[in-house]
Design a binder for this molecule. Structure first.
Ligand SMILES: Nc1ncnc2c1ncn2[C@@H]1O[C@H](COP(=O)(O)OP(=O)(O)OP(=O)(O)O)[C@@H](O)[C@H]1O
Length: 351
C-alpha cells in the first residue's frame, strides 16, 4: 500500500450526521475463482463503534477495502457516507480515516516528518493533534521510520489516522504489535472519537477489546456474515455453574423450570445422570438476571458460580461448531444447537 493510502481525509466535519453511516447489501467479492465475501449485508449506524470479528482469512480486510473502493466488488451494493465507493471512491476516501492492517510509511522520514507530511496533505490534517497522540502513545517522533520497531511504526500510523476529524474511522487491527498499556490508550482514543461524533469500524482479534469498546459486532466466517450482536444484550447474558443436592436429579430441575423463565434459561447436565456424586449443572441465562435469582436459589446448588457469558462463548459457537464449509449450507447458523439460547441476543443475519 502506498503511504497516501494510510490516511484519507477531507474537509468533511465529524458531525455524526447520517452521512457517516455505512450500508452494504449482498456484497460479494471473488479473487479469481475464490469467493472471499459471500453476500454480506450489514449496516453501521452513525455513532457506532462497530466491531468486525473473525478468524484469519475470514474476509474482514476484503470487506473494509471493498467499502473504501480499493477493491472492486463482484456484486452487491455498498453505500459509505451516502456514496457508492465505485461511483466516487475519492469522495468516500476523503471522508474516512483508514488504518490498514499493513500500514506502510515513508521509511526515509523521521516520525515527525511523517506526521507533517500527512497533516499537510489533507484538508483536516492537524499536526498538533498528531503530535499529541504520538506523545500519548509514548512514541519518539525524532526517530527515522526505518529505525523504528514494528510497534513504533504502528503508533506512528495511529497518530496519522486518529488526528483528523473525519466522520468515519476504519481501524484494521489497530492494537496489533502494541504492548498492553499502549493498547489501553488506543482504546481510549477510539472511545473519544465516538464521543466526538465519529463512527468507527474496528477489526480486531482481541475479544476483550471488542467487548470493551464496541456497541455492535458482526462475526465473519469464511466470507459470510455469520452473526450480528448488540453488545448491550450480550452483557445481560450469564452462565451459572453449580452442583445439585444429592437428592435432586437433573431431569427434575429441567422439568420444573418456572414457565415465565422458560425462554430465558438453557440447562445442561455436565455429567452422566447415572454417575456417582453430585450432578454438576450449567444454566445459561439471557435477559435480566435479577428475577431468576430466587429460582436459582431454590435449587440449593453448591459450589455456585455466576459469570458473564462474554464474547468468547459466542465466538466459539460461531467458529467451532462445525468443520463444514458454510458456503454449502446457508441455514446452518439457524440450526446451531445453541441457537435457541442465543436467539434473544444474536440475530441471524438475513440474506
Ligand atoms: N489479492 C488476493 N488474491 C487472492 N486471494 C486473496 C487476496 N486477498 C485476500 N485473499 C483471500 O481472501 C480471504 C480473505 O482474506 P482477508 O485478508 O480479507 O481476511 P481477514 O479476515 O482480513 O484475515 P486476517 O485476520 O488474517 O487479516 C483469504 O482466504 C485470503 O487468502
Amino acid at each position: 500500500m502506498n503511504s497516501a493510502a494510510v490516511l484519507q481525509d477531507s474537509g468533511a466535519s465529524a458531525s455524526g450526521t447520517p452521512s457517516a453511516g455505512v450500508r452494504c447489501h449482498r456484497l460479494s467479492k471473488h479473487y479469481g475463482d475464490f469467493l472471499a465475501l459471500d453476500q454480506c449485508s450489514l449496516e453501521v449506524h452513525p455513532g457506532d463503534i462497530f466491531g468486525l470479528l473473525g478468524p484469519n482469512g475470514a474476509g474482514k480486510t476484503t470487506l473494509i477495502r471493498s467499502l473504501l473502493g480499493y477493491l472492486r466488488r463482484t456484486s452487491g451494493e455498498v453505500n459509505v457516507c451516502g456514496i457508492d465507493p465505485e461511483v466516487d471512491s475519492v469522495e468516500v476516501r476523503r471522508r474516512v480515516s483508514y488504518l490498514p492492517g499493513d500500514a506502510r510509511l515513508p521509511r526515509h522520514l523521521r516520525g515527525k516528518g511523517v506526521l507533517r507530511f500527512f497533516a499537510d496533505l489533507h484538508p483536516l490534517g492537524d499536526l498538533e493533534r498528531s503530535l499529541e497522540i504520538a506523545d500519548a502513545l509514548e512514541l519518539d517522533t525524532r526517530r527515522h521510520v526505518g529505525m523504528m520497531s514494528t510497534g513504533m511504526r504502528q503508533k506512528l500510523a495511529l497518530a496519522v489516522v486518529l488526528a483528523p476529524q473525519t466522520p468515519l474511522l476504519i481501524l484494521d487491527e489497530p492494537t496489533a504489535n502494541l504492548d498492553p498499556s499502549v493498547r489501553a490508550t488506543v482504546l481510549n482514543f477510539v472511545v473519544d472519537a465516538q464521543r466526538r461524533g465519529r463512527t468507527i469500524i474496528f477489526s480486531s482479534h482481541v475479544l476483550s477489546e471488542i467487548e470493551e469498546t464496541c456497541n455492535r459486532v458482526v462475526f465473519l466466517r469464511r466470507g459470510r456474515l455469520a452473526r450480528e450482536l448488540v453488545m448491550a444484550e450480550l452483557f445481560q447474558r450469564h452462565r451459572v455453574w453449580g452442583d445439585l443436592p444429592d437428592e435432586t436429579s437433573f431431569s427434575d430441575v429441567k422439568h420444573q423450570v418456572p414457565p415465565q423463565f422458560d425462554h430465558q434459561v438453557k440447562l445442561e447436565c455436565l455429567q452422566d445422570e447415572a454417575g456417582a456424586g453430585p450432578q454438576a449443572i450449567r444454566i445459561d441465562t439471557s435477559g435480566d438476571l435479577a428475577p431468576l435469582l430466587s429460582w436459582i436459589d431454590s435449587l440449593h446448588l453448591s459450589r455456585l458460580r455466576v459469570e458473564p457469558l462474554g464474547l468468547r462463548a459466542i465466538y466459539d459457537s460461531v467458529h467451532h461448531q462445525t468443520q463444514e464449509d458454510p458456503r454449502e449450507d446457508r441455514t446452518e447458523m439457524a440450526t446451531d444447537s445453541n441457537d435457541e439460547h442465543h436467539r434473544g441476543n444474536c440475530r441471524e443475519v438475513a440474506r
